[in-house]
Design a protein around this ligand. Structure first.
Ligand SMILES: Nc1ncnc2c1ncn2[C@@H]1O[C@H](COP(=O)(O)OP(=O)(O)OP(=O)(O)O)[C@@H](O)[C@H]1O
Length: 250
């Protein structure tokens, strides 16, 4: 891991008069897998929504590769290299797995299309689509409508779509929510593989997933980052145990 990809400095967010996030400083390195955890209401979703452009911060700076992205609308953030997948799946039910993923990959090539280069571009789009499908172990379902897939498979399609847009930073909101143990194990392996060489930021409640997947973890409590560290540092931190892990909820 080397350069900082995502950098938040003195980020604050208020809704009306209520301050939900305070003094958030966070640097995420290129290639790092970073998890945001914390008790209910700590501000994880709000922070995630600030990073993904759903909300603008009330104050403070958010930089992606050194350029300010605070308050940029999601499609502009996407062009800047940041892709988000949602807690609720956003696949097109009536399109096949291949069509869904291909659409995401095509979007990335949109600006580079020209009449002469078209054939070569289509080949590249097909190659990338196939690679994503194979990487997600979705080849047997590639011609199945996404609406007919199991929930975990739909999430895998959605993650492929996020990666297919070419995003360098992948944001995942509770990628294992609603999954069985078996599905969770499968998706962890998939996420690890597909985010290889990219930066991952995720909100996740399942501690097994967090400790399995993340290089570093930030614990949010009452709108502030209590501590950022490696999974083993987080596990052994007395403040974390007290504020979060010991609360019996997660
Ligand atoms: N749009 C909003 N308007 C007003 N208050 C909000 C809004 N969104 C979130 N909040 C408040 O901000 C606080 C943090 O909420 P947030 O959803 O970010 O926490 P969280 O850590 O993601 O919680 P959970 O784990 O339950 O999803 C909560 O007190 C919540 O009520």
């Amino acid at each position: 891991m080397s350069a900082t990809t995502l950098s938040l400095s003195s980020v604050q967010k208020s809704f009306a008069m209520v301050r939900v996030l305070e003094a958030i400083d966070l640097d995420i390195a290129k290639g790092e897998r970073h998890a945001l955890i914390g008790p209910n209401g700590a501000g994880k979703s709000t922070l995630f929504n600030l990073i993904s452009g759903a909300f603008a911060p009330t104050s403070g700076s958010i930089q992606l590769n050194g350029a300010s992205v605070a308050g940029l609308v999601p499609h502009k953030l996407n062009r800047a290299g940041l892709g988000r997948s949602f807690q609720i799946t956003h696949v097109f039910d009536k399109l096949t797995v291949r069509e869904n993923i291909r659409l995401a990959v095509m979007g990335r090539f949109g600006k580079r299309w020209s009449f002469l280069r078209r054939g070569a571009v289509w080949d590249e789009i097909d190659r990338e689509t196939d690679a994503l499908i194979a990487g997600a172990n979705l080849s047997p379902q590639s011609e199945t409508n996404a609406g007919d897939l199991a929930y975990s498979e739909q999430r895998a399609v959605e993650i492929c779509m996020t990666v297919g847009t070419g995003a360098e930073v992948i944001l995942l909101d509770e990628p294992t929510a609603g999954m069985s143990r078996e599905e969770t194990a499968h998706i962890i392996t998939f996420i690890r593989r597909i985010t290889e060489g990219r930066t991952l930021v995720m909100v996740e409640h399942d501690m097994d997933v967090v400790f399995n997947l993340a290089d570093r973890v930030s614990v949010l409590v009452n709108g502030r980052i209590l501590v950022t560290g490696t999974p083993s540092e987080i596990r052994s931190d007395a403040r974390v145990r007290e504020a979060y892990l010991g609360d019996g909820e997660h």
